[in-house]
Design a protein around this ligand. Structure first.
Ligand SMILES: Cc1cc2nc3c(=O)[nH]c(=O)nc-3n(C[C@H](O)[C@H](O)[C@H](O)COP(=O)(O)OP(=O)(O)OC[C@H]3O[C@@H](n4cnc5c(N)ncnc54)[C@H](O)[C@@H]3O)c2cc1C
Length: 282
């Protein structure tokens, strides 16, 4: 471990603690609950911590591993996006590869990490939306214990689920195969609150019948729309979707409260018609 705070002339708020193991990181978090965690620092550096210390986890080797299991991929929280993209060439779901390719400019991809991307406060970035649809799970550790958080449904951004003193250590991505998928992004998703939109969807089709479908949209990197009832209703329908089923999708999606109240008119239109044309394409 190393600690730039040895220099007594540095004010405490500028100290950076650099653990080399998860255990060291956990001990530090237990003793310093107000520590700000830095991974790639691309977001964290824009929000200097006003109090407490910074812990940079870039030197924790265990957080930089990618392990391929039989039915899922286990990705260390500090794996940079560019490295994940490279390692996952053969193993990552295609829809996730596309989402990763679209994250900012190359220097950002080399620095930003998967854990940091998921933990930007109050923000759901396009890749995080795709990870939700893939039913990824996130391991969060404290000295008191470990828990797995399912990224799913309409829950808020992951950062609001993470407690003080908790460290994201791994992201588990199921390697199920999807026959059809889209991930379309419009506008800049970062910083949030702009006019950005991401529409993502995936289908498993077997003998021209939909066996599973997942679809969602996020507007301004914060308003999430996912309708599980509609997803359930589409199972067993013919693929490509027939016109009367498309009308049902339009009606149900259009009635979604968040879509009506929080999305711009253009974003609403792009969401509904993006999903319908996806379901109607061969
Ligand atoms: C100029 C610029 C352009 C961008 N463009 C895009 C874009 O086009 N598309 C896009 O999707 N995103 C974009 N982003 C956002 C970018 O994806 C995020 O800033 C990045 O993914 C965050 O990852 P990081 O490793 O740098 O996290 P950090 O900045 O280090 O941390 C982000 C947050 O996560 C917390 N955190 C980090 N790691 C952990 C951990 N292990 N456990 C608990 N908490 C943790 C930090 O405390 C902090 O609150 C852009 C950002 C910038 C600065």
């Amino acid at each position: 471990m190393s600690d730039r705070h040895d220099d007594k002339s540095l004010p405490a708020k500028e100290a950076v603690y650099i653990p080399e193991t998860i255990n060291e990181a956990m001990q530090h978090l237990r003793q310093n609950r107000d520590t700000t965690i830095w991974a790639g620092g691309t977001h964290a550096m824009t929000r200097p911590s006003r109090e407490g210390r910074v812990m940079s986890v870039h030197a924790v080797h265990e957080l930089r591993r990618v392990i391929r299991r039989e039915d899922h991929l286990e990705i260390g929280a500090s794996v940079p996006l560019a490295r994940l993209r490279l390692l996952g060439e053969r193993f990552l779901p295609e829809v996730l590869r596309q989402a990763l390719d679209e994250v900012g400019p190359p220097p950002l991809q080399n620095t930003a990490t998967i854990g940091g991307l998921l933990a930007v406060p109050e923000t759901i970035l396009p890749t995080a939306l795709v990870l939700r649809l893939l039913a990824a799970r996130v391991e969060a550790r404290r000295t008191e214990g470990t828990r797995w958080i399912a990224l799913a449904g309409e829950q808020r951004a992951l950062a609001s689920e993470i407690r003080r003193g908790e460290l994201i250590t791994r992201v588990r991505v199921p390697s199920r195969r999807w026959t059809h998928w889209i991930s379309h992004s419009f506008g800049r998703p970062y910083p949030r609150d702009g006019d950005s939109l991401t529409v993502a969807a995936m289908l498993a089709v077997d003998k021209e019948t939909i066996s599973e479908v997942r679809m969602a949209a996020v507007y301004a990197s914060r308003y999430l729309v996912r309708t599980r009832e509609l997803e359930a209703e589409l199972v067993g329908k013919r693929h490509p979707l027939q016109s009367r089923d498309a009308a049902m999708v339009e009606q149900q999606l259009g009635a979604h409260a968040t879509l009506q109240t929080e999305f711009s008119e253009l974003a609403r239109h792009r969401t509904v018609h993006g999903i319908i044309s996806f379901l109607q394409q061969r």
